[in-house]
Ligand binder design. Sequence first.
Ligand code: ARG
Ligand code: ZN
Length: 872
Amino acid sequence: APFRLADYAPPAFDITHVDLDFRLDRTETRVLARLSIRPRGTATVLELVGDELVLAGLSLDGAPLAADAFTATPSLLTVRAVPDRPFLLEIETVIDPSANTKLMGLYRSTGAYCTQCEAEGFRRITYFLDRPDVLSVYTTRIEALKSEAPLLLANGNPGAHGDIPGSGRHFAVWHDPFPKPSYLFALVAGDLGAVKDSFTTMSGRKVDLAIYCEHGKEARCLYAMDALKRSMRWDETAFGREYDLDVFNIVAVSDFNMGAMENKGLNIFNDKYVLADPNTATDVDYANVEGVIAHEYFHNWTGNRITCRDWFQLCLKEGLTVFRDQEFSSDMRSRAVKRIADVRTLQARQFPEDGGPLAHPVRPEIYHEISNFYTPTVYEKGAEVVRMLQTILGEDGFRRGMDLYFNRHDGDAATIEDFLACFAEATGEDLTQFSLWYSQAGTPQVAARGEFDARHRRYRLTLAQSIPATPGQPVKRPMQIPVRFGLIGPNGEDLDFASVSGARVDGDVIHLTAASQTVTFEGVSTRPVPSLLRGFSAPVRLAIDASAEDLLFQVRADRDPFNRWQAAQTLAMRSLVAGASATAEGRNGAAEPALIDALGAVLDDEKLEPAFRAQVLQIPSEADIAREIGENVDPDAVAASRKRLRLAIVSSLGPRLLAVHTALGAEQSYSPDAGNAGVRALRNAVLDLMVASGSRAAVGAAVWQFETADNMTDRLAALAALCHAALPERLSALHTFHEAYRSDPLVLDKWLTLEASVPAPETLDRVKALLAHPSFAASNPNRVRALVGGFASLNQAQFNRADGAGYDFVADFVLDLDRRNPQTAARLLVAFRSWRSMEPVRRAAAEAALRRIASAPKLSPDTLDIVTRTLA
Ligand code: ARG
Ligand code: ZN
């Protein structure tokens, strides 16, 4: 049966203290849990959930329970007739970490024991009230063979530790004074290397910091450590939030279903988001490490000190924490470029979700399997909603609301209503309509039309919103959409106006609140070019019938860098969509001359940051184009259109591209900072375009760069250019690359992804062959995502082959993986989310593959949920 937000009821019992004693063993770990339980009401039956558990002992207040006093199944422990006063329940369970291929609960990775408990993994360790509104103080004792696990870590501060004489075993005790839900529990034990440092908080407390990793990789943790210290300082200055324990530990493990986990005082990371050095990580990897380290650290306040009442409130911590990590990265790097990158991610990942069968509100109201709701909607759209709140309230009002939230709800398991109430109270703003952003799914469309009346010096802007139907939500109400704007005059400056009516306008923000509103600006001297949704002030699709000339003008003159980028993308998208339908009809589309002018202007403008220019040169992807077309998509026509446009760009701008590439070539030694990375980004964007032409000079330049680069960013970019153009030169380069990094799995993930993204019919067979390659391991989520995920999400034309072989391959893989790691299997299946927008032949093939999955016996709840909703 599904879980519903409307059914929320508080727990019948509190668990005030949890005392855990782990006797670690690779296949037979014993867990003794002593739970201090207090009835909240009159309930006399206690039900604790488990998952694949074996009960080895049970006593209440020290007395073993009689067989008729309880029942235990692997998933439920029921204790009948518990006392109506506080009592101590002692539970012993036996678990097998080596057999745990789901990577939830206690498992083994990187030769160590580690845990992942969010969302419902703690119940795979012991029977518990495994829900986020049960907050307890944890004491954890870990005992293990000293030779196997010299390092013993858990949440909180370190306590007693020592040897157990004559046994070869030792122990350590950890105590976490902050009450927390079970999903934040963590334990790590193993033989790991470390880098150590310290941080002094704003009130002068010294915190010991450590990052643990596989021996030999310590030097690759130094950037993460630096990012951690910067994150700690930033949260103090930006939000007044200080760290609260004596230690902060991070552990990097190789087998991890997600990115990382914010366990109190003991963050556990997918090693891909910790390890970085110039030879193995790209500039993008560095930025991701910085962002994820910050994200997990920021959870200490938004997630841990204030947690969620129930899993429907997941965006309370995730959307808010993504917003906070985005702000951190914006302050560390270029704000404009960070915004463009974030919006690209939102549009590439969240928009298709919101527009397809898996659409759900930022705060869902129903779920079957919560693991499937760690989505771009909850995370990225959730962050956009917080950003809109800041736009509406202003930076000061937003900060007052955050301060109130931290003060009022510290120690609580809170809701979205609690969160919004703080902002409403701190600022006096009525957020009733705004709160629809949490409950209505679907990407609103905002249509804009402007009209200039020269005689009356009046500009009329009509904005109309419509929100598409989504599963379970056929009809929508108008939302409050903050539209940041400017009216650009002929010299590029924003025009003044004398007065405005028809909508609430605060400074440069129009509040669109009705289905349609006409905003009238009086005293406008000349026809403006409207610049709407500056900085992407709301997660909507803007439809405006701007002329190519106006868009070109915006690219050159808009003082909002985001809209300069957006205008170039819009020009490119128009040309790409027209090109795709031309191809489908057997005609040849022509590139928009205004687009070439716009790209050329940006390319040559040395006042612009290189990273920004690189973003502009990166035209929409095949998936972006398919999404824009929306129905009856022919991916081959899309690919042909994109290829043709890139060739047209090269043939018009060729010498200027080459000039930029040459000018940027003489470079200092590698540093991962944003400025330095931006130069590489521009040079490599140019290289990628030039190589697309297949010219001998360009291919030669790529091969040379591949062979001589002194850093992974340039080396991989050159290889990627050869692969993306499916040039024969890629073959020996791919081979060389594999040979050079054969002992470095994270680098080989890049190789797997490139192999899978070659736009050629033979790629599917290559991907199938790679499943048996020694460098691939289906048990490791990173390998799976790199190869199979890379194929399904980056290789549009081959995944969506007309013969259905791409769909069948992914379906077979998902079915096989589902038996061992359902979470990762279900996530791969999301690649099918836009199947209904394909042309009929592909649509039928995708549907057949999905139906085959749906009818397979013994599907996990995770995969069953995704396939059912995808087909619905
Ligand atoms: N809370 C983690 C984060 O920082 C995500 C962990 C989710 N893990 C899972 N298996 N569902 O975003
Ligand atoms: Zn998070």
